[in-house]
Design a protein around this ligand. Structure first.
Ligand SMILES: Cc1ncc(COP(=O)(O)O)c(C=O)c1O
Length: 367
């Protein structure tokens, strides 16, 4: 890693340049996309992807209510309005049937794009979204921030819509040493547009055809990512193995079933999806108490996400209220992400599961 960073220092090309171009080629190859455009973050990638897909002020973009804030804020930054739709109760990914219903109820005229999120590293139902895109003549922009290396029916995330946004935030499966992101695209002309947009809308220095921003990526981040890239398939495979171990041990401990009461529910896995387990998430009874119990025993966990997007104060003017998107709201009360990283060991997973079992069998308050 240090050698790669030194290479950039020696070159004195700190922003864009050959390291970024090489990363763009390598990510395009990995995802099967026509091209890729490196940028400052996953949030920036979403904004570039939406603009290049033709989203304009006054447009509507349909997205999930259960995601990170940037899935929706990028729509607002593009001048459009997010239309929040509920999620599938099994996978917690955007539900295509609800999207169809919602589009019908709003008339569909100004809907320019649908933005499904591959939540926790599992692709949303891209067959269904592909049909909706054709039927409605709208663009599909993938939020693949959590899903590098994931697949749907053998096709990689990043080549399933028109454009896809990836994040290289330091906790992601493929992570930089700071903020970084990339957009993959199936349309070479959109790549050229995004290269201009990430650099002040400037086709050549000090000439500006449209409004752009400084959304560029540092060469040091690209160099770090290129060192890690050859390992990503192996790291993702290890995450899949850990998830299978969690599934097995939680089930064997009797936590996923019970007469009338189930302490822990596993999320559904779509048979078409090759999951990369950015997060391993369970739905837990008395989730907040369980989280506290784990923390006291020095086991980290996190809640992705405690408040659905439609109930965020900043989106109050959209007029949605508690009860409107019940599946997302229920999930926000129950989800808990357990430790997940490639280097996790089976004995560590056993400890996590044993501690969860302890909690439900009376370790503190009993059931
Ligand atoms: C689903 C989702 N979308 C967008 C983003 C934004 O990425 P970044 O933090 O790199 O801006 C993230 C990551 O934080 C994310 O998880």
């Amino acid at each position: 890693m240090l050698a790669a960073i030194a290479r950039v220092c020696d070159s004195q090309t700190f922003i864009l340049g050959p390291e970024v171009e090489a990363l763009e080629r390598e990510i395009a190859a990995l995802t099967g996309a026509a091209d890729a455009v490196g940028c400052a973050s996953g949030t920036e990638a979403l904004w570039l992807a939406l603009l290049a897909a033709g989203v304009k002020p006054g447009d509507l973009v349909i997205t999930t209510a259960f995601s990170f804030f940037a899935s929706a804020s990028s729509i607002v930054r593009a001048g459009a309005t997010p239309i929040f739709v509920d999620v599938d109760p099994g996978t917690l990914n955007l539900d295509p049937a609800q999207v169809a219903r919602r589009r019908q109820s709003i008339g569909g005229k100004h809907v320019r794009a649908i933005l499904p999120v591959h939540l926790y590293g599992q692709c949303a139902d891209m067959d269904a979204f592909d049909s909706l895109a054709k039927e409605y003549e709208v663009a599909i922009v993938e939020d693949a921030a959590q899903a590098i290396g994931a697949e749907w029916s053998g096709k990689p995330a990043g080549s399933l819509g028109v454009n896809a946004a990836f994040s290289f935030y330091p906790t992601k499966n493929l992570s930089a040493y700071g903020d970084a992101g990339i957009v993959t695209t199936m349309r070479p002309e959109m790549a050229e547009h995004m290269r201009r947009l990430r650099n002040h809308g400037s086709p050549r220095r000090y000439y500006h055809d449209e409004f752009g921003w400084n959304g560029r990526i540092d060469a040091i981040q690209a160099a770090v990512l290129r060192v890690k890239l050859p390992y990503i398939a192996d790291w993702n495979e290890k995450r899949r193995q850990h998830s299978a171990t969690y599934d097995r041990l939680l089930t064997e401990a009797g936590l996923t079933s019970g007469p009338g009461f189930t302490p822990v529910r596993l999320l559904a896995r779509s048979p078409q999806a090759k999951h990369v387990f950015h997060q391993y998430v369970i739905r837990a009874h008395r989730r907040d108490e369980l989280r506290q119990f784990l923390a006291e025993r020095k086991i980290g966990s996190e809640i992705y996400y405690p408040l659905p997007l439609h109930l965020q104060p900043v989106f109050a003017d959209l007029g949605l209220k508690a009860g409107d998107l019940p599946v997302a709201e229920q999930a926000a009360q129950e989800v808990l992400a357990l430790p997940m990283f490639p280097e996790l060991t089976e004995s560590e997973i056993r400890l996590v599961v044993a501690t969860i079992a302890d909690f439900y069998t009376g370790g503190v308050a009993g059931v």
